[in-house]
Design a protein around this ligand. Structure first.
Ligand code: NI
Ligand code: MN
Length: 227
């Protein structure tokens, strides 16, 4: 059993007996975050899907506070190390066993700018994270692509964290198609309502996912579920 906490936008904490991992910690500048970065609790690792500010967010501050390890694409990880923070660089397609669980980087189709240091760019990724025998797929910011379908074909995903905001990522129609490709045990929508341009009716998305025969749970910032 593991616990999923939602903190708004694409930020989640996954807690298990193997540790506490935060993904895409965009808190301080997120108008809908329920918690300040310094109050997010013990963190062992920070998974960063790409270099945009709404995902890299408070990575450095949280890493310093908890001596947590940043897990990200090589370019982002190297930059973090240059700032004195422990980091583990990976690249798309690669997997690694960490004390807190198994992580694989999968392709995401999105932008590459590293906003904390525009001299750097990197490939955006999604994360497969296996812990307590459960597989979580955090899609990051991505379009619906054939790669997404392949991830679904090759893996039995228990929990899918899928962007539905549209404009910068998949919208609800493509996210529903992603759910049909991946057939997860449960889908939780993310990357919506933070800004006007990504406002969505998540309840309507849930209704459509359920109508298609899949399970969906909409979390408000601050809510948790066990999986
Ligand atoms: Ni982005
Ligand atoms: Mn984003």
């Amino acid at each position: 059993m593991a616990t999923l906490e939602y903190h708004g936008h694409s930020c989640f904490v996954i807690e298990s007996t193997h540790g506490r991992v935060i993904l895409d910690p965009f808190l301080k500048d997120n108008p809908r975050a329920d918690v300040a970065p310094e109050n997010v609790g013990q963190v062992d690792a920070i998974l960063v899907s790409h270099g945009h500010a709404d995902h890299f967010g408070d990575t450095l501050a949280i890493a310093r506070q908890h001596r947590a390890t940043v897990v990200a694409a090589y370019e982002i990880a190297s930059w973090c190390e240059s700032k004195g923070v422990a980091a583990h660089g990976m690249a798309t397609g690669g997997a690694h066993d960490f004390p807190f669980g198994w992580v694989k980087l999968v392709p995401a189709a999105h932008g590459s700018l590293f906003e904390a240091d525009p001299a750097f760019s990197t490939n955006p990724v999604g994360f497969l994270y296996r812990v307590e025998g459960k597989l979580v797929y955090h899609m990051g910011d991505t379009a619906l692509t054939a790669d997404v379908r392949l991830v679904g074909e090759l893996n039995r995903v228990d929990l899918l964290l899928a962007p539905i905001g549209d404009n910068y990522t998949m919208g609800p129609d493509d996210a529903l198609k992603a759910v049909e490709f991946i057939r997860p045990g449960l889908v939780v929508p993310m990357h919506f309502d933070t800004f006007d341009v990504i406002r969505q009716d998540a309840g309507e998305f849930q209704r459509r996912v359920e109508e298609a025969g899949h399970r969906c749970h909409v979390l408000a910032p601050g809510e948790t579920l066990e999986f």
